[in-house]
Ligand binder design. Structure first.
Ligand code: FE2
Length: 350
């Protein structure tokens, strides 16, 4: 099979393969096997042979919009998952029953935008009853890490393989692919928060209004807030009414999806029907490096310094990244606690 190379501007030889090689030569994450997988997938996606019959496409992504907006500003995509059988309430009950109990989070949905994460009232209902009665029980639920189930894993992989075609030339090395399904009652609110991953929120059923802010707006999201968030000191971000006038507002209906840049603050209000949404997320070595630099900056600020934000100096970022990782490794080896060590920040999504 003849394969076509995808031309690239910022690659050592103008190809995806060159970009991945450049990235690998910098000794960044992840493993050689993952690099090989990324190259193989890009090659397969870039073939210029006549298309072979395969599963139908799940996402419609405009390449120009993606290149202009990825991890810079939210943008809309289209998808073909509305009505997919894996998102029926019965199948979601079965999924919730198969997954470990700690993967299911739910609470009452009558809360304000400024409510803290997971501070909504308990409903007293079981998971099964919550899903069965979602129309009237005034609840919000997330099924975390649906990729633990083979059927949902396959669907997540298919979706992210399509995203990868666009993301790899810009930000190579997609890893830690995770999926989340949100099931919520009419009118429910997901309060003001942010998430650490690249995210595409695909609306399956019902409507949602997404209020979202630019993650680079330091009048809404300060460097100190980001440092505390990534170093797991304080994952709560404070909502102020004055922020609302700066929000971009997107209405999602079945078949629509929205790209969320990492740590773009947002809050969500459901329409007047039951809502089901599928969140497909991933990280890259570049997003991991930003996270670690923020952890290093939190450490430096704690010592009375005023560190420069990530992106201001590549040299300083690299020194912080490798220095902090080395110190964290030593701390862990000595049995101590290493903040920022796992990168397992979650967050309430939706
Ligand atoms: Fe979220």
């Amino acid at each position: 099979m003849r394969r076509a190379l995808i031309p690239l501007a910022n690659s050592e030889n103008g190809t995806v393969q060159g970009a991945v090689a450049t990235w690998w030569n910098r000794k960044s994450l992840p493993t050689k096997h993952q690099v090989a997988t990324a190259i193989a997938k890009c090659d397969l996606l870039a073939t210029d042979d006549a298309p072979t019959p395969g599963p139908p496409r799940l996402l419609d992504i405009d390449g120009e919009t993606f290149r202009a907006g990825f991890n810079r500003s939210p943008f809309l995509v289209r998808h073909h998952l509305a009505g997919h059988p894996l998102f029926s309430l019965q199948r979601l009950i079965e999924l919730a029953n198969r997954l470990p109990e700690e993967k299911i989070k739910y609470n009452g949905a009558d809360i304000s935008v400024a409510t803290g994460l997971y501070e909504g009232p308990r409903t007293g209902l079981s998971v099964r009853d919550t899903i069965q009665q979602i129309e009237e029980c005034r609840s919000w639920m997330v099924i975390n890490n649906v990729e633990l189930d083979p059927e949902y894993r396959q669907l997540l992989d298919r979706c992210l393989d399509e995203v990868r075609l666009f993301s790899e030339p810009i930000d190579p090395g997609m890893f830690r692919m995770e999926g989340f399904i949100f099931i919520s009652s009419p009118g429910s609110v997901t309060p003001f928060h942010m998430d650490p991953e690249y995210n595409f929120l695909l609306q399956i059923r019902g409507k949602k209004q997404i209020n979202i802010w630019n993650s680079g707006d330091r009048s809404v999201l300060s460097e100190i807030t980001l440092e505390r968030y990534f170093s797991d000191v304080d994952r709560q971000i404070v909502f102020k009414e004055e922020y609302q006038q700066k929000a971009a507002i997107f209405e999602l209906t079945p078949g629509a999806g929205l790209h969320f840049p990492t740590v773009a603050p947002h809050w969500v209000r459901n329409g007047d029907e039951v809502s089901v949404s599928f969140s497909i997320t991933f990280r890259t070595p570049a997003s991991e490096r930003r996270r670690v630099v923020y952890c290093a900056n939190a450490d430096l600020r704690g010592k009375g310094l005023n560190p420069r934000p990530p992106g201001a100096s590549t040299f300083r970022d690299l020194a912080k990244y490798y220095g902090f990782r080395a110190r964290s490794g030593i701390k862990r080896a000595l049995g101590g606690h290493s903040p920022c060590g796992s990168g397992k920040l979650g967050g309430r999504r939706g």
